[in-house]
Design a protein around this ligand. Structure first.
Ligand code: GH3
Ligand code: MG
Ligand code: MG
Ligand code: MG
Length: 312
């Protein structure tokens, strides 16, 4: 385990650190609460062992501060064991109230300390596995399994939040709906498996293009999502009309330049997209209306020849 040991008396700290080190733990020492908070952010320890009486900031105050830092992250809770001189009920109550998980007396016998650390290491290992599994679940819940882009539920949730803020602050809001041209023919000619690969490639291009647009400052927090089937959506918060038109043009161009073969796609012979867009200078009404307009424009782009954008 990575242990953050907080103790102002140097001799006690070094004896304790040597013991913990001999059990195979990686110990960082902080000599007061203020240093402990700095090191806590840097080291990301599995366990904090902390003295109560210290200058600058005592152990209880430090624990409260660490808990308030952790409150900003979901699921964050680093175990804190206080090191006390005396085994009193008041200490235990205050320890728990201030956000600690228990305490050890400083004169704890060697085998007891060793055993307690074994128990804490088991909990730390479990927390690591949970954090890993949780990260994977979050990724799966928000991303499309085929293409790796954001999925529809994530997009809907994010759009609602972006839209609410846009309405409140009367900000611009834009959306592009994109649909692969003649994709049924692609499947018919190359097979469904190749169709899946093609959707992955198109999605990668969309994702990369939007990352570049954000990185270059053309857009801020714009993102692409798989809307369903061979349809995608791009949400562009706070977008100027130049940025909105720019993104549509760049997307069409990036896909054309990738030149993914699609023999059955009219005279082009490569995979192309049709795009319909809608943009408001100052958000009002409902976001569903904005999507409806974009969808209508997508239909017009199809009607008037495909491989093009219709924006309003
Ligand atoms: P249009 O230019 O008018 O959009 O023509 P289209 O053929 O693309 O449109 P249509 O809606 O007729 O067909 C869409 C096709 O996309 C049919 C469906 O099988 C295919 N499709 C949807 N989702 C997937 C997928 O996940 N994988 C594959 N391989 N094909 C998909
Ligand atoms: Mg002390
Ligand atoms: Mg379609
Ligand atoms: Mg299509």
């Amino acid at each position: 385990m990575k242990i953050l040991l907080v103790e102002d008396v140097r001799s006690i700290a070094s004896v304790m650190a040597a013991r913990l080190g001999s059990y195979g733990h990686d110990v960082t020492i902080a000599e007061n609460g203020a240093f402990a908070i700095e090191l806590f952010k840097k080291v990301n320890p599995d366990l904090i062992l902390m003295d109560i009486e210290m200058p600058v900031m005592n152990g209880f105050e430090t624990a409260t501060h660490i808990r308030s830092l952790e409150a900003k992250q979901q699921w964050a809770w680093t175990p804190i064991m206080f090191l006390t001189a005396s085994d009193s009920p008041e200490n235990l109550v205050t320890a728990i109230e201030s956000g600690g998980d228990g305490y050890l007396v400083k004169t704890v016998p060697e085998p007891v300390l060793h055993a307690k650390m074994k128990a804490m290491a088991r909990i730390a290992a479990l927390r690591q596995r949970l954090a890993f599994a949780n990260g994977r679940l979050q990724q799966q819940a928000s991303h499309d399994g085929l293409t790796g882009l954001y999925n529809r539920p994530y997009m809907d949730m994010t759009v609602d939040a972006v839209w609410d803020e846009a309405v409140r602050l009367r900000q611009a809001f834009a959306v592009l709906m994109l649909d692969v041209d003649n994709f049924k023919r692609y499947n018919d000619q190359y097979g469904h498996q190749a169709g899946d690969d093609c959707l992955r490639k198109v999605a990668t291009i969309l994702g990369n293009t939007m990352a570049a647009c954000n990185a270059e400052g053309l857009t801020q927090s714009a993102f692409a999502a798989r809307y369903g089937g061979e349809e995608f959506a791009i949400v562009i918060p706070r977008s100027s009309s130049a940025a909105y038109e720019g993104v549509a043009a760049i997307i069409l161009d990036d896909l054309r330049r990738s030149a993914l073969p699609h023999e059955g796609n009219a005279e082009w012979g490569i995979v192309t997209l049709s795009v319909g867009g809608a943009r408001l200078d100052a958000a009002s009404g409902t976001v569903a209306d904005v999507f409806r307009v974009a969808d209508k424009n997508l239909y017009r782009a199809k009607e008037t020849g495909r491989n093009r954008a219709e924006l309003s």
